[in-house]
Design a protein around this ligand. Structure first.
Ligand code: ADP
Length: 255
C-alpha cells in the first residue's frame, strides 16, 4: 500500500510528516521508522498497533517529543518540534502533552492528589479547580486522594496516572501500553477512562497497544509494520483488529 502524506488539517492535535528514525550505523543500522506520515485529529482516540519491533514505541516517543527523529517533521498543534531546543521541548511537553506509562511512574512518597498535580506544580502552574475536580471524579478517585501509591491497587494507580496526564488539559495524551500491567477488569476501566476523556472531556489520546480488545476502545487503529504505516481501521471491533493482525502474519510469512 502506498501512503500519501495527509493534507494539512486545522484539527490535528499532532502529526508526523515523512518521519524517519534510524538507530546505529553500518552492520547495526536499524530503520525503526521509515518516512511515516500520519495525523491525529483532536478529540479522537487512536490506537497504534503492530508486531513487536515494528516501531510503535519509537513513533509514540517521537510524537511526544521524548525522542527526536532522524528526518521528517513532527508537530504538536501548530508547533514544529524540530525547531525547538531541549529546553523549549521540555516546556512544550509539560504544557501540551500528557504521558501514561505502562509502569504508572508515580512518586511513592506523594499522595494521589500530589502526584496528579505535581507536573503542573513543577511548571509553576496551578490546575483549574473545577477541572481538577471533574478529572478526579471522572477517574473515580474522589475518596482516594490522600492515599499513597502503595495503598492503591494497580488499577487505581493507573487511574492516578491518567488523571495526572489530563489535569493540565494537554493538547494530546500519549499512552504506552497503559493496560500492560493490569488485570483485564482494571485494564477495561482504564480504557473506559481514556475513552471518556475523549468523549466527555474532548481530549485527544494516542495509545500504543498490542491487545486487540484494548484497541477496540479507540475510534481508529493505525497499523505499523517494519517502521511503516500499512493500514488503518475506523470504529474498530476486537474481531476486526484481530483479523487485520492475522493478515499481517500471513503476509510476513509469505513475503
Ligand atoms: P515496538 O514498540 O513496535 O516493539 P520499537 O519502536 O521499540 O518497536 O523498535 C523498532 C525497532 O528499532 C526495533 O528493531 C528495535 O530493535 C529498534 N530500536 C528501538 N530502540 C532502539 C535503540 N535505542 N537502539 C537501537 N535500536 C533500537
Amino acid at each position: 500500500m502506498t501512503t500519501h502524506a495527509p493534507a494539512p488539517s486545522r484539527t490535528a492535535a499532532a502529526r508526523a510528516d515523512g518521519l524517519s528514525k534510524v538507530y546505529g550505523e553500518g552492520g547495526t543500522r536499524v530503520v525503526a521508522l521509515d518516512s511515516v506520515s500520519v495525523e491525529f485529529a483532536r478529540a479522537r482516540f487512536t490506537a497504534i498497533m503492530g508486531p513487536s519491533g515494528s516501531g510503535k514505541s519509537t513513533l509514540l516517543h517521537c510524537l511526544a517529543g521524548l525522542d527526536r527523529g532522524t528526518a521528517g517533521s513532527v508537530r504538536i498543534g501548530d508547533t514544529e518540534l524540530s525547531g525547538l531546543n531541549d529546553r523549549q521541548l521540555t516546556r512544550l511537553r509539560r504544557e501540551k502533552t500528557g504521558f501514561v506509562f505502562q509502569a504508572f511512574n508515580l512518586l511513592p512518597t506523594l499522595t494521589a492528589l500530589e502526584n496528579i498535580t505535581l507536573p503542573m506544580a513543577i511548571g509553576g502552574g496551578r490546575p483549574d479547580r473545577r477541572w481538577l475536580e471533574q478529572v478526579v471524579e471522572s477517574v473515580g478517585l474522589s475518596g482516594r486522594l490522600g492515599h499513597r501509591p502503595a495503598q492503591l491497587s494497580g488499577g487505581q494507580q493507573q487511574r492516578v496516572a491518567v488523571a495526572r496526564a489530563l489535569v493540565s488539559r494537554p493538547e494530546i495524551v500519549f499512552a504506552d501500553e497503559p493496560t500492560g500491567n493490569l488485570d483485564s477488569r482494571s485494564g477495561a476501566e482504564v480504557l473506559g477512562l481514556l475513552r471518556g476523556a475523549v468523549r466527555e472531556l474532548g481530549q485527544t489520546v494516542v495509545m500504543v497497544t498490542h491487545d486487540p480488545a484494548a484497541a477496540a476502545h479507540a475510534d481508529r487503529v493505525v497499523f505499523l509494520a517494519d517502521g511503516r504505516i500499512t493500514d488503518e481501521l475506523h470504529a474498530p471491533t476486537a474481531e476486526a483488529v484481530l483479523e487485520r493482525m492475522r493478515r499481517f502474519d500471513t503476509a510476513s510469512r509469505t513475503s
